[in-house]
Design a protein around this ligand. Structure first.
Ligand SMILES: [Zn+2]
Length: 280
């Protein structure tokens, strides 16, 4: 069995195991009070994720597989300029994929056309492990073009790509989860990786808070760009997008249709004070 196949196989039980463990922990030690029923919310998010997974399989696989092989064959990209030991090359590739995902995350908020799709992820009224996989299928499809650029620029081999995915999935499940870790442990972890409290700030309905903590794996990128925010208590954080605060507005058909048609001004209905939010 090739290393690539082994990593791909290994990432299935790791991701499923992480998801199951987080779901269990979310019922034992919730970090934020939930707005919607956990069952309704989870089933809806898994439905969005299921559609996105099918589309991604059809759109990404035919691009990623040949491109990573091309990188390997023709020594394309930054990491192929100088010969590196395979392990070093893989570690650097995972780090650079993580950084360029940070770079991609910012325009998904700032460019209105991209925000239409990324907003589906943010309009969730609760933030938990199921939100981690709730991405609109069109956002997933558009991101394939970015992925292709990442692979060619960095020089990501098939093994490095599989290693990045093995790192990324548990990471996004973890930092989206609604698990209250002991504060001291979380403080230690966030020196290196994104934690549930940090990412909760990125999902806040306060625009200034959403515009922080963009990293998807390592926190070093937010530190480098001075976008790390740690000082917002989770019991004060309200999750979501101000224009979509009522559960009927975020029902499955509504969120699938959300990127298309007329767009509501997302942040305007919000008063400067959290206490003046429109009640559901
Ligand atoms: Zn975001």
């Amino acid at each position: 069995m090739t290393t690539e196949k082994f990593l791909k196989l290994l990432s299935v039980p790791i991701s499923l195991g992480t998801f199951a463990a987080l779901l269990w922990l979310e019922t034992r030690r919730p970090l934020r009070r939930e707005v919607e029923s956990k069952a309704v919310h989870t089933v809806r998010n898994l439905a969005v994720a299921g559609i996105a997974a099918v589309v991604l399989q059809l759109a990404e696989q035919p691009v990623v597989a040949p491109l990573t092989k091309l990188v390997e064959r023709k020594n394309l990209g930054l990491l192929k300029i100088v010969p590196l030991p395979p392990l070093v090359e893989t570690i650097l590739a995972v780090a650079l994929m993580d950084y360029t995902l940070y770079v991609w995350h910012v325009p998904t908020h700032r460019v209105p056309f991209l925000w239409r799709f990324h907003r589906v992820h943010h309009a969730d009224l609760d933030l938990d492990a199921s939100t981690a996989v709730r991405f609109h299928f069109a956002e997933m499809t558009i991101s394939v073009a970015w992925r292709a650029g990442q692979i060619l620029l960095i020089g990501v081999s098939p093994v490095s790509f599989a290693a990045w995915q093995m790192f990324l999935f548990p990471s996004i499940l973890f930092h989206h989860s609604n698990v209250e870790l002991p504060l001291e442990l979380e403080k230690k972890l966030r020196r290196f990786v994104v934690t549930p409290r940090l990412h909760g700030i990125h999902h806040s309905i306060i625009k200034d808070e959403t515009d922080s903590n963009w990293s998807s794996g390592l926190t070093v990128w937010d530190r480098l760009h001075r976008t790390l925010k740690t000082t917002v208590p989770q019991d004060e954080t309200i999750i979501g997008v101000p224009a979509y605060r009522r559960p009927p507005e975020v029902a499955l058909p509504k969120i699938l249709a959300m990127p298309f048609g007329e767009q509501k001004p997302d942040w305007q209905p919000l008063d400067a004070s959290r206490r003046n939010l429109p009640k559901n």
